[in-house]
Design a protein around this ligand. Structure first.
Ligand code: HEM
Length: 259
């Protein structure tokens, strides 16, 4: 039994609003991934099949304020599917990140949208470095380092940001589509609409900060996983994992849903 099973049992729905002003503070809890030993502030969304996003930020005062470690869990249905986040909440003028399973790999793609239609490939300098991934018949999990992910530049005229150092609460968005991008192997493949849910929520920055952040990245011997080499704008993993399920520990309580 593992995380993936608990995902499919999710029955409560976060009450998301579609405007930032109405964004709900997400219920979440501390969660430590058993494989990577990375600790996150983890939020679940009760889409059909499930969605989870965990975030770990560097400690307060760190010079690394343009990055985080993320953990994204998405459902795989009959037509595959994708799961994504907006790094500022709304779909538009915010760095979008999608991930989907391609066989036993997890593929990622940074995108940018200026309107509510098919997002473009992102033109700025975000870098995703995979730390670990898992794929089974029903879900995928990706743990990654995201650098250059809070300050964005799509082109010279189009910039935006959300700086964790200057806000108490991060606004984030989630979106999930039931169909994999096509072709599934293409990081810039055509995205289908998010027909399995979308919305905005907030996370307290203080909850997401992790004193052990550097160690999670291999900066200390306590981390079993060293990040693979990253690539700008998008990255595709080719790991060997095909293991089913994921395990994790959240201490005495599992991540809580808002009912
Ligand atoms: C074909 C691609 C896409 C289309 C046509 C599309 C279209 C839309 C539309 C029409 C809405 C407003 C829905 C409403 O308020 O009822 C919306 C909202 C949203 N979308 Fe997308 N979307 C696409 C891809 C994405 C992707 C890839 C992401 C993130 C990775 C995303 C994230 C969001 C989020 C977070 C919202 C809710 C917040 C907001 O209203 O801005 N979308 N989208």
């Amino acid at each position: 039994m593992g995380l993936f099973n608990s995902l499919s049992q999710a029955v409560c729905l976060l009450s998301f609003a579609t405007s930032l002003a109405g964004a709900q503070k997400a219920e979440g809890s501390a969660f430590t991934d058993a494989t990577s030993q990375i600790s996150f502030w983890n939020t679940k969304v009760a889409s059909t099949g499930g969605y989870e996003f965990g975030i770990a930020l560097p400690p307060d005062g760190s010079a690394k304020n343009d990055e985080y470690i993320g953990r994204l869990v998405g459902v795989i249905g009959a037509k595959g599917g994708w799961s994504g986040i907006s790094h500022k909440g709304p779909m538009t003028n915010s760095l979008l990140l999608l991930a989907w399973a391609d066989g036993d790999k997890v593929t990622t793609s940074f995108r940018w949208a200026t309107e509510y239609s098919l997002p473009d490939p992102y033109g700025g300098n975000a870098t995703l470095t995979e730390i670990s991934h898992k794929v089974n018949a029903t879900h995928f999990e990706l743990v990654y380092q995201c650098q250059g992910c809070w300050n964005w530049e799509q082109d010279a005229e189009t910039t935006a940001s959300q700086d964790p150092a200057t806000v108490d609460s991060l606004a984030l968005g989630y979106a999930q589509g039931k169909q994999s991008p096509a072709p599934v192997t293409d990081v810039n493949g055509r995205i289908s609409f998010h027909d399995n849910g979308f919305g905005i929520y907030t996370v307290d920055v203080a909850n997401a900060r992790q004193e052990g952040y550097e160690g999670f990245l291999g900066g200390s011997s306590s981390s079993p996983n060293s990040p693979s080499s990253g690539s700008s704008n998008s990255s595709s993993s080719s790991g060997s994992s095909g293991s089913s399920g994921s395990s994790g520990s959240s201490g005495s309580s599992q991540p809580q849903l808002v009912c």
